[in-house]
Design a binder for this molecule. Sequence first.
Ligand code: SAM
Length: 253
Amino acid sequence: MAVAALSTTFSFLKAAMNKKELLATGQAGDGREKALLNHVLTTAEKGNPLSVLNVMDAYAKTSSWFMNIGDDKGPILDKALEKYSPGIVLELGTFCGYSAVRIASQLHNEGSKLLTFEMNPDNCNIARRIIEHAGLSSKVVVVEGKFNERLELARKFLKDMNSPHFNFVFIDHWKDRYMPDYLILKENAMLGNGSGVCADNMGAIMGPADFRKYVKTHPEELETSEFKSNAEYLWWFPDSVTVSTFMLPTKLY
Ligand SMILES: C[S@@+](CC[C@H](N)C(=O)[O-])C[C@H]1O[C@@H](n2cnc3c(N)ncnc32)[C@H](O)[C@@H]1O
């Protein structure tokens, strides 16, 4: 156990030292994402989302660190989904599809769907195959590209789904995009009164300072709870997840 934790920490540090490439490409640079896909396809039970998540968590704890929301913070996301029971969900930052599997497996309303954006084409392919292995392809649309550059696709999705806005948004891409992309969502009326906004990596160490400040200083717009935990697969690294309810500012009425 202690050896596995050390090896995960080492693998995290390796990815962190390659931060420039990680931020530019969305991959650690040593092929671990492709290896994860192969491991999931050969190890997890087909059509079983829980088996897929368990295999991904176990692999992250024993082989390579991954920036999935993971099994410590995952239950916070699960609780938020239970609270909002959303039909139409948006995710910013798919990576290998861990959180997409977690979210889609909890979309119980008929016709409910997740639209998820990922800038790296290889990650998109890996995520699509992992989501398919979990048996959830019919509930998830993975879009290749940056959210702010593909807004028209989000608009078309909402139109096709006959929904004026997203009922729930999970923000988990690069930290410098949390604030601007939240404002894009708000200004384009893609959030409605009562929509849930859940943000990962909101801890003081690696959280986005501007968005952290915004959720704390705009209680009339975002009613927020912060849930403290630790960063994915790293028991020694404090982190948190915020869950907010979007409320239309009164002046709009
Ligand atoms: C922390 S990972 C997402 C983890 C994933 N949500 C999970 O829990 O399994 C962040 C991902 O966001 C992607 N990304 C970063 N900026 C982005 C943007 N502006 N639009 C879309 N994807 C982006 C990166 O390529 C990376 O794969």
